[in-house]
Write a protein that binds this ligand. Structure first.
Ligand code: AMP
Length: 412
């Protein structure tokens, strides 16, 4: 049998005694969050012999449909979190905005191998950027912003164009504003300060250039030619593995396509993977960490943001890699040896949003045999809501893109 030697020096052929607790199949995994990420985690984990309980505010959530036990309660319900903790052998989460009170209850009463430190870091953009700098990862220049004066000073650091972002709660492009010229400043500030509840004119109490609790931050706009992501897994025993880099194409700030292999030079792919590994090790994360990056025309990478969980841009792994990101996440949090991240075939993942569901169902009876369908079991196909995805497997990514084009659902 071929020996599987990781480039960081881990040799899974030798199998030293693992550090940390091993959670064996048969155990009950508790998942905070019942969306599609939890659903795919549970589907993969059931195949491995694990059982699942999920906490989500809605009954019959995507994950609830495939879990053994549903705890239906708000994410902030500490008693419900305690109930989940009591029945589960290990706890994980599928979204990063876990309430701090809930996280600390879980940590005190249950086994949460991912801990709450990385979670706290990635819940706050400024903290995250500082952790990236400490890890030696390249990031665009940035500065905290608590007032219009801060913003003016910060722009002297970042230059223009720049992007003003809320430090917490933003996703899919929400909570960010591009500043292209000095003339944009007042209008952007009026909108952003309203969004975070700051007085439009005055300075925020306690805010200032060094404030960690600044509600906003500004960063230089990176003139990228590609958006990339590298998803890395790390286990308590210190094993680290990174999936092939995905080239991500967004529409209206929502992921549209992931193209793998990314159409970028090999050495840049390796560099992106190396940054992801360095960040995972530096931050001491356990489980998956998705690292989103920008690539500029002159071949420079900038890390944009992190997500300590399975990621939409890793859905391609389900059908195209020897191990899916969901299985890898479970292997990591359960402290099993990590699986091979080998890409078995070129692939393009295309997201199915609410407006694409009806056309996808229409073409389903004639779907080519290289298209794998994933639908999340969500009841309401609202516009822009992520309802599913297709993984299109082909001999080349160009061929996969042609297949998607021929379906005539998305304008590529
Ligand atoms: P984020 O919420 O930080 O992932 O940003 C959402 C999207 O906004 C990214 O996928 C980029 O397309 C764009 N974006 C965010 N920050 C920057 C930046 N500093 N420079 C250029 N584009 C950005």
């Amino acid at each position: 049998m071929a020996r599987d030697v990781h480039r960081n020096g881990w040799d899974s052929g030798r199998q030293p005694a693992p550090a940390g607790r091993v959670v064996l199949p048969g155990s009950l995994v508790g998942i905070l969050g019942g969306g599609q990420l939890g659903r795919m985690m549970a589907l993969e984990g059931r195949r491995m012999g694990y059982r699942f309980a999920v906490l989500d505010p809605t009954e019959d959530s995507p994950c609830g449909q495939v879990a053994d036990i549903q705890v239906v309660a708000p994410y902030t319900d500490v008693d419900a979190a305690r109930r989940l903790a009591e029945m589960a052998d290990v706890i994980t989460y599928e979204f990063e905005n876990v309430d701090a009170g809930v996280a600390s209850v879980l940590e005190r009463t249950a086994y949460v191998p991912q801990g709450s430190r990385l979670l706290a870091t990635t819940q706050h953009r400024l903290r995250e950027k500082r952790a990236l700098v400490a890890a030696g990862a390249p990031v665009a220049p940035f500065a905290p912003v608590g007032s219009l004066n801060d913003l003016r000073d910060a722009l002297a650091v970042t230059g223009l164009p720049a992007v003003l972002k809320t430090c917490t709660g933003g996703y899919d492009g929400k909570g960010q504003w591009k500043i292209t010229t000095p003339d944009d400043l007042e209008a952007v500030w009026a909108e952003a300060s309203r969004a975070v509840g700051l007085p439009a004119a005055g300075a925020a109490a306690g805010a200032g250039a060094e404030a960690m609790d600044a509600p906003l931050m500004v960063e230089g706009f990176v003139p990228f030619v590609h958006e990339l992501s590298a998803i890395v897994a790390r286990s308590p025993r210190g094993q680290v593995r990174t999936f092939p880099v995905a080239e991500n194409i967004h529409r209206d700030h929502i992921l549209h396509l992931s193209v793998v292999p990314a159409r970028i030079p090999q050495d840049i792919q390796r560099q992106a993977q190396a940054f992801a590994e360095r960040i995972a090790v530096s931050l001491g994360g356990v489980g998956l960490l998705a690292v989103e990056m920008f690539l500029t025309a002159d071949g420079r990478l900038f890390v944009n943001e992190l997500a300590p969980r399975p990621h939409n841009s890793g859905h391609y792994t389900y059908d195209a890699c020897a191990t899916s990101q969901f299985e890898q996440h479970l292997r990591a949090v359960c402290n099993l040896p990590l699986g091979s991240v080998r890409l078995l075939t070129p692939v393009v993942m295309v997201n199915i949003l609410g407006e694409h569901v009806a056309p996808v169902l229409r073409v389903l009876p004639q779907l080519p045999d290289n298209v794998k369908v994933h639908l999340y079991g969500k009841h309401e196909a609202k516009s822009k809501r992520k309802m599913g995805h297709l993984n299109v497997l082909a001999d080349s990514v160009e061929e996969a893109l042609d297949t998607i084009r021929a379906l005539d659902i998305w304008l590529l």
